[in-house]
Ligand binder design. Structure first.
Ligand code: SF4
Ligand code: SF4
Length: 120
């Protein structure tokens, strides 16, 4: 999904005018993308004069770190609440299982979409 670098956006409004599904809004002085409506057409990337609209691939490292931080925080909280290190370890195990399930679901969705892509 596209995202807007707030440091670069001046709120000029060009992307808002050009988005075909009106899913970019101005919040204060900055543009913001309402992700649910985005159809990934990439028009906004092309029209921003300041290159403020970025691709999600530019956030991958940050997202990985967020996931790891969240899981570690949950493990620590579980251990603190129960006073038993085993509960923290169980929490971490559940998170790992949950992420593996997400990977499985996404992999299957990718395979179906690739099959669809071949028919186009
Ligand atoms: S076109 Fe670029 S600078 Fe202008 S509002 Fe959109 S993101 Fe911000
Ligand atoms: S990718 Fe297309 S639909 Fe999504 S915010 Fe940009 S212009 Fe709008």
């Amino acid at each position: 999904m596209p995202w807007i670098d707030k440091e670069l956006c001046t709120g000029c409004g060009i992307c808002i005018d050009e988005c075909p599904v009106d899913t970019i809004v101005l919040v204060g002085d900055e543009a913001e993308i309402e992700m649910d409506g985005c159809i990934r057409c990439a028009i906004c990337h092309d029209v921003c004069p300041l290159d403020a609209i970025k691709h999600d691939s530019e956030k991958v490292d940050e997202w990985i770190e967020e996931k790891v931080r969240g899981a570690v925080r949950n493990r620590e909280l579980c251990e603190k609440l129960s006073g038993n290190p085993r509960d923290g370890k169980d929490s971490l195990e559940r998170t790992i299982k949950s992420y593996k399930r997400d990977v499985f679901i996404l992999q299957k969705a990718i395979e179906k979409l690739e099959d669809l892509f071949k028919t186009l």
